[in-house]
Design a protein around this ligand. Structure first.
Ligand code: ZN
Length: 300
């Protein structure tokens, strides 16, 4: 083949591969059918979290194992790890423009807070605002077969909220496996789900990626706008929507998405990972800081 034609074809193939990889149409990791273990709590206002310690693998191990032969050097560059923030609405409900502005501002604050606490910044994509393409709010709040009690009591959140957030982000296609929703590797999803009330949940797989989901009791305090069709702070006990707790919730859940567990009750006053109400004064334990500094999500 003419070398020039070959070069053009090779460049087109490479560019196409990068595009598809960025769009997430294909991911080798997803094809491997890895699952996140997830414990689902029936209570909407309690945090959902795997009680098991996340695997703590060497984040560089995979990268070092990649082939580095001629012609594939560019394709085997280390994968980029990003925090990807989303603001998700049900299919049938009005959006609050104030939420987008407040989340955007809060995310900058959060990134700065992590930088100050860890000495390194995580890489973050732009906020994406979207609706679930098919599920309405009643279905998301109460599940596919809503109980009469849930229909009547708008403070109840009985649907599989994390799964619906996962679906919304993936174009409405159910992407979950037996262990729970499946989320792409190399990504820490930080999802603000309007209508999610006091929901707070997270999980991770070592340093490889994870997800964090919060709801109305974060959105209302950071924006000053109550979700009239959702589960506003008037349904909380009050303390959940106080500044330190509401702003500390995504900080804490994102820590889980990065792979940090709860260290134990004795560290309640020492780390955001045990009690999120101490935000922004409280930070991380030394070992947590070190965990984050070697995480591929962070750039020193
Ligand atoms: Zn937690």
């Amino acid at each position: 083949m003419n070398p020039r034609v070959f070069l053009v074809l090779a460049l087109l193939f490479f560019a196409g591969g990068i595009f598809i990889w960025q769009q997430g149409w294909f991911s080798a990791e997803e094809a491997e059918e890895k699952t996140f273990d997830q414990i689902l709590s029936p209570s909407p206002f309690l945090e959902e979290l795997d009680s098991e310690e996340p695997e703590q693998e060497d984040p560089r191990a995979d990268l070092q194992a990649e082939p580095r032969g001629m012609g594939v050097a560019q394709l085997s560059e280390p994968p980029t790890f990003f925090v990807k923030p989303y603001l998700v609405y049900p299919a049938d409900m009005l959006m609050y423009p104030a939420y987008e502005a407040a989340v955007t501002e809060y995310l900058m604050e959060l990134q700065q807070w992590y930088l100050g606490q860890v000495g390194a910044a995580f890489q973050m994509a732009s906020l994406v605002v979207l609706r679930h393409p098919s599920r309405n709010y009643l279905e998301m709040r109460c599940g596919e077969n809503p109980s009469q009690e849930c229909i009547r009591d708008r403070s109840l959140l009985e649907g599989n909220w994390a799964q619906y957030m996962n679906e919304a982000i993936h174009g409405g296609v159910a992407r979950y496996e037996s262990g729970g929703p499946h989320w792409a590797d190399h990504t820490a999803y930080l999802v603000f789900g309007a209508g999610g009330g006091g929901y707070a949940g997270a999980n991770a797989k070592g340093h490889e990626g994870g997800w964090a989901v919060v709801g109305d009791w974060v959105l209302e305090p950071i924006s000053g706008v109550a979700n009239e069709w959702g589960i506003p702070c008037s349904y909380s006990s009050g303390w959940q929507c106080e500044d330190g707790v509401s702003k500390g919730t995504p900080a804490h859940e994102l820590g889980h998405a990065f792979g940090l567990p709860h260290p134990g009750e004795e560290y309640r006053d020492s780390t955001i990972m045990e009690w999120h109400g101490g935000y922004p004064e409280v930070g991380f334990l030394d070992q947590e800081r070190e965990f984050l500094r070697v995480s591929p999500f962070f750039v020193l």
